[in-house]
Ligand binder design. Structure first.
Ligand code: SF4
Length: 195
């Protein structure tokens, strides 16, 4: 893979990427939005139908619900960096380990460059990927939603740096299950106090 040293270079690579079969479903690549040096990064799974048409993240009903949740947590969407593990729209059944392994290289680079203090992983796939990336034992999102995992990121340049990882239910999952709605809202209310 070519050297990707900036978010612009990653975006360009993603726009032209054919590393996995999901590019066949893509109308517009959905890369990221928000502040490039945000303290908080949100990571979801993949673009939905409306995102695929608009090229924007979290639009439509799940976007509206995410906005409501951010408000409950006291977070400003413009102050965050939001992205997905998978950059091309695809039916969920088409996303497997091969596609995650192919596309997560871009997410890893984004994390390196944005260098957030907090990563909020939305849904089970993003949660699993981020926990494994930082050597935290994988657990079901239904058991750990809203919990804060602290990872020491000590290095020469930042001897006291801690990265917080917070797995949450995906807003779209909450919209599909009435039983989850109130729980998810409570998680985001509590999240505001933890940040
Ligand atoms: S999903 Fe990711 S790896 Fe697959 S074609 Fe799209 S950008 Fe490339």
């Amino acid at each position: 893979m070519e050297e990707l040293n900036s978010l612009e270079e990653i975006f360009e690579a993603v726009e032209n990427c054919e590393k996995c079969k999901l590019h066949e479903f893509r109308d517009k690549c959905v890369f990221a939005e928000g502040k490039n040096n945000a303290n908080i990064m949100l990571v979801g799974l993949s673009p939905g139908r409306q995102e695929n048409l608009s090229g924007r993240l979290f639009v439509g009903p799940s976007g509206d619900f995410l906005n409501e949740l951010l408000q409950l947590a006291g977070l400003d969407r413009n102050e965050l960096y939001i992205t997905n593990i998978i950059k091309c729209h695809a039916p969920t059944y088409a996303i497997g380990p091969k596609e995650i392994s192919a596309c997560s290289i871009y997410l890893d680079k984004q994390i390196d460059i944005v260098n957030p203090k907090v990563i909020i992983a939305l849904g089970s796939v993003a949660g699993r990927y981020i926990l494994e990336k930082y050597n935290i034992a994988n657990q079901k999102v239904s058991d750990i939603h809203g919990q804060v995992f602290s990872v020491s990121m000590k290095d020469l340049f930042s001897p006291d740096r801690t990265l917080k990882i917070i797995p949450m239910f995906h807003p779209a999952a909450a919209l599909r299950s009435e039983g989850l709605l109130e729980l998810v809202k409570k998680d985001w209310q509590n999240l505001g106090e933890k940040l």
